[in-house]
Write a new protein. Structure first.
Ligand code: G1P
Ligand code: ZN
Length: 543
């Protein structure tokens, strides 16, 4: 029996960069998750007998929303839902499952790298049939629907046992609880030379992987320890916890400091260190004594991808988000393949991947991936690095130095000002926008502005235009600063300032990043008046 529950719209359900993100308490209000899920079901494309995938990163509130979503899917005419055991599916694994089982889409329940628990964050993202995040045309329709919704539907049914693999029926819909790891691990084994990595491990290659008590624990145990033979204990914090052990599951140098310190210890460091975030789509790569920025990692992976079986035939192209450093562009030039610069957010890569125009994509925010799924993929990046280390016998540090010697080095940092009052952040961006016309030709210390503009993107595949994607100031000589407001925060506004300086081959390739960026940091302050607008003298997080 289908039940119709009257409801009223909420005015704050516009999906951001990664779906709808709010505090758990906000999400748990009556009708809140239901309205959003119903809005999705009301507008998205799905034929008859559609399959829906549901999975999450195991954070607090996952299970409750999954049970609700199952009852609602049954009432909304889905024929089948596929759910990872325990409600678990990493974001890349969910993307793969959607593609493999030809689902019409999926609900990915996560707030990525944000903390979990009753007072922390939760999120729902809808992915389409290609396995990737819904494009703006779809998220726009979902948002419009949330503003007029007046009822949501479900069936009267008991909770499904999420912990036992098997099949159940809810209403007339089949519910299949599947192994969340097996399909994904098999895909990784197809892409990479596991035999070569196993041999390197047997020959002494060591690593530490920090799963941060988040979703990648079970994946990493199976792939790294069981299939590749790394020693037990290689995977740290490998049991997913609803509150991630009270930490931020954010694989950066602040929240993965324990791993970083280990990797910088000349006595104790293994050859390779890595971490992934709450939902498994981000990665942190640190070699013994050598941190690799995500922008550099994208470039180095692209330059060496041919060493892995899946990419032996070469890359079709590379895509990077606009604030990501231009290091990958130099590799694309050397490989004589196209490079695309997109706005922030993985959804912008979907069309390029679907059209076969690019093979590898990346973002400065620790996201790297390829055409094997339609999400960024943390463990994929780790495995491609391992494949490269195994194939070359080189260390991470050696690969990095050789890369810079050939292509030059893009010194890079991102400064985040978090929890800024929204009005103040908006005022900063508005004032900056209004001043763009005056900037070209102006000098800030040794830097002279060559170009300043607000970024808009025209999708080369479908021609859709996305405006106001950030503000870019380019200096003569190839340095630049980009300003944008985060689309994923759950409290106030986060101002992101992206700083980049290019040093050509033969230049200063092993200097300290803060020294190399000092002039650009000062110019960014002067141009945007960050202190005057926010009252903050320094960023909250530097990555
Ligand atoms: C952030 C990152 C962006 C990434 C997104 C989802 O978005 O900057 O690269 O795609 O998270 O993981 P932002 O908060 O900057 O809008
Ligand atoms: Zn994530």
């Amino acid at each position: 029996m289908i039940r119709s529950h009257p409801t009223k719209p909420f005015d704050d359900q516009k999906p951001g960069t990664s779906g709808l993100r709010k505090k758990v308490r906000h999400f748990a209000r009556a009708n809140y998750a239901e309205n959003f899920i119903q809005s999705v079901f009301d507008v998205v494309d799905r034929g008859d007998n559609a399959t829906l995938v549901i999975g999450g990163d195991g954070r607090y509130h996952n299970r409750a929303v999954i049970q609700t979503a199952i009852r609602m899917a049954a009432a909304n005419g889905y024929a089948r839902v596929l759910i990872g055991q325990g409600g678990i599916l990493s974001t890349p694994a969910a993307s793969h499952v959607i593609r493999k089982y030809r689902a019409s889409g999926g609900l990915v329940l996560s707030a990525s790298h944000n903390p979990g628990g009753p007072d922390e964050d939760f999120g729902i993202k809808y992915n389409i049939a290609n396995g990737g995040p819904a494009p703006e045309s779809v998220t726009g329709a979902i948002h419009a629907r949330t503003l007029e919704i007046d009822r949501w539907l479900d069936v009267d049914a008991a909770d499904v046992d999420l912990d036992t693999i098997g099949t159940a029926t809810v209403g007339e819909m089949a519910v299949e609880v599947i192994d969340p790891v097996a399909d994904y691990a098999d895909l990784m084994e197809e892409l990479f030379d596991f035999a070569a990595i196993r041999k390197a491990v047997a020959g002494g290659l060591t690593m530490a992987f920090d799963a941060m008590h988040a979703v990648t624990g079970p994946y990493a145990h199976e792939i790294l320890e069981n299939r590749l033979g790394f020693a037990a204990g290689t995977v740290r914090n490998g049991t997913p916890l609803e509150d991630f052990g009270g930490h931020h599951p954010d694989p950066n140098l602040v929240h993965a400091k324990v791993l970083y310190d280990l990797m910088m210890d000349p006595e104790l460091a293994p050859a390779f260190g890595a971490a992934s975030d709450g939902d498994g789509d981000r990665n942190l790569i640190i070699g013994k004594g050598r941190f690799i920025t995500p922008s550099d990692s994208l470039a180095m992976l692209a330059a060496n991808a041919h060493l892995a079986p899946a990419y032996a035939g070469g890359l079709k192209g590379i895509a990077r988000s606009m604030p990501t450093s231009a290091a990958a562009d130099r590799v694309a030039e050397a490989l004589d393949i196209p490079v695309f610069e997109t706005p922030t957010g993985w959804k912008f890569f979907g069309n390029l991947l679907d059209a076969g125009m690019v093979t590898i994509c990346g973002e400065e925010s620790a996201g790297t991936g390829s055409d094997h799924v339609r999400e960024k993929d943390g463990l994929w990046a780790v495995l491609l690095w391992l494949n490269i280390l195994a194939a070359t016998g080189k260390s991470v540090d050696q690969i990095a130095r050789e890369h810079w010697a050939r292509f030059g080095r893009n010194y890079y940092a991102r400064h985040d000002y978090e929890g800024v009052e929204s009005d103040r952040a908006d005022a900063l961006m508005a004032e900056l926008s209004a001043s763009l016309g005056d900037l070209p030709g102006k000098s800030f210390g040794p830097l002279t502005v060559a170009q300043a503009d607000s970024i808009s993107y025209c999708d080369p595949v479908d021609g859709s235009v996305s405006e106001n994607q950030g503000i870019r100031v380019l200096f003569e000589g190839g340095s630049r600063v980009v300003f944008r407001l985060s689309g994923t925060g759950t409290q106030g506004a986060t101002i992101r300032v992206y700083l980049e300086r290019y040093e050509p081959a033969g230049g200063r390739l092993d200097a300290d990043t803060p020294d190399m960026l000092a002039d650009i940091i000062a110019a960014a302050q002067a141009i945007a008046g960050i202190k005057a607008h926010t009252g903050r003298a320094a960023p909250d997080v530097v990555t």
